[in-house]
Design a protein around this ligand. Structure first.
Ligand SMILES: Cc1ncc(COP(=O)(O)O)c(C=O)c1O
Length: 432
């Protein structure tokens, strides 16, 4: 039985949006092209659920692509934003709450003694790279295929997320010299990393310690340690991009979980509690190179915005106990187990599920996926049909094979059950 969505209002809005917004959206992956349908326009979110403009309800596993670890409109986060807004929405001058947030982050994230806030992860990546180049006096960067660090000119080569989703290998508009200063290596490829770090004098090795922009592809045993070692041996800085993993996979992010600590850390998403905020941080010695303490320029009109800082502090306050992380891990595991069972019962064998607390990807692959090439080799057509089947059954998955699901603390066992039942129906549709 094929189920279809009521989507007359979304369709009408999309037609209007196409006249005024390129591709009808403000960020490419929202367009849902990779799963062969038009976008759904959201009316509101409630905890772990989304309601679209046609009145369809969904269990939301995207949660704004990661910031909403407490689900939509958590009362404590909304109250903090409201309270801050009443006092003024932006000052362009320091506030006490910014100091509180920086101190709180530095208590949680290993290696971050000091930080600078920005409004987006892209800006934080761009600024971290500038600082790494200034500190080392070098230009070249090494990144991994399938990693995404925002739409920074020099970091779009072989990038994951929206570029992978839309099959864009790099972007026109990036100067050749900028692209040439980025070396790309396969994730988990030990030999290629050693070779590249021998051959090139690098300012930075830039990595998502638990990459989630080609789907979630965990690091192989010893790979993060190798990054640390090669950075130390060659004088490059190790920059860990924890925009997704920060405060999600553990209280102190992936570095707290793995024990491998970078020289610089990039944070975003959960840090801003659903409002635009990001940051980069590291040792005091390194961070004091930034203006006005030092000579490396970096600035932002809305950096440390009081509403975003209030939302971030409220979000982190709700992430104070190990219990929160145990719950997030339990929800993720229950979801993975349920999806596995649903696939098996439907006789759909070619599925690999990867997880970390608060992260999950269902790869449509017969083999385990360990790198970008493996993610690209997935059965994207089957994944698209399955995602459409989920949407039609009231479950909103990331509409791309190259993205992760984001379980939140608002998801309950009932949400997991509804999702697994929908997944079973969608898998059966595939095997028919
Ligand atoms: C790991 C990672 N780094 C950086 C970014 C860029 O962040 P933003 O979209 O806030 O610019 C993203 C966005 O998804 C990301 O996943």
């Amino acid at each position: 039985m094929t189920i279809s969505l009521r989507d007359a209002r979304s369709t009408a809005l999309y037609e209007r949006a196409l006249c005024y917004l390129p591709g009808g959206v403000n960020s490419p992956v929202r367009a849902m092209r990779a799963i062969g349908r038009d976008p759904l326009f959201v009316q509101r979110g409630e905890g772990a659920e989304l309601v679209d403009v046609d009145g369809n309800h969904y269990v939301d596993w995207v949660c704004s692509w990661g910031p909403l670890i407490h689900g939509h409109a958590h009362p404590a986060v909304v109250a903090a934003i409201t309270e801050a807004a009443v006092c003024g929405t932006s000052f362009g001058a320091p506030t006490a709450a910014e100091v509180d947030l920086a101190e709180e982050v530095s208590r949680r994230v290993p290696g971050v003694e000091m930080l600078r806030m920005t409004s987006s992860g892209t800006e934080a990546s761009m600024s971290a790279i500038r600082l790494a180049r200034a500190a080392t006096g070098r230009t070249k960067l090494l990144k991994f295929a399938g990693a995404y660090h925002g739409h920074v000119d020099g970091l779009l080569a072989a990038a994951g997320s929206g570029l992978a989703t839309h099959g864009i290998p790099a972007s026109p508009g990036v100067p050749e010299a900028t692209a040439a200063s980025t070396i790309t290596v396969g994730w988990n490829d030990h030999d290629a990393l050693v070779e590249a770090t021998e051959r090139h004098e690098l300012a930075a090795i830039l990595a998502e310690p638990m990459p989630a922009n080609m789907g979630f592809v965990p690091p192989a045993e010893g790979f993060l340690e190798l990054l640390r070692r090669r950075a130390d041996e060659t004088g490059a800085l190790l920059v860990f991009d924890e925009v997704i993993t920060g405060f999600r996979v553990a209280r102190g992010g992936a570095q707290a979980l793995t024990g491998v600590i970078g020289d610089l850390t990039i944070l975003g998403k959960v840090l801003g509690g659903g409002l635009p905020a990001a940051a980069f941080g590291g040792s005091r010695a390194l961070m004091r190179r930034l203006a006005p303490a030092g000579d490396v320029y970096q600035a932002g009109t809305l950096s440390g915005n009081p509403l975003a800082v209030a939302a971030g502090l409220a979000s982190l306050a709700l992430l104070n106990s190990e219990r929160a992380y145990a719950k997030l891990a339990a929800t993720t595991t229950a979801l993975a187990d349920g999806l596995h069972d649903a696939a098996r019962h439907a006789g759909y064998e070619d599925v690999q599920i990867t997880t970390a607390p608060g992260l999950l990807t269902v790869f449509f692959s017969a083999q385990p996926v360990t790198d970008y090439a493996g993610a690209q080799a997935c059965d994207l057509a089957a994944h698209a049909v399955w995602c459409r089947g989920l949407l039609a059954r009231g479950v909103y998955p990331p509409p791309s094979q190259f993205e992760a699901w984001f379980p939140s603390l608002a998801h309950t066992p009932r949400h997991v059950e509804r999702t697994v039942a929908a997944a079973a129906g969608a898998f059966e549709e595939l095997t028919r």
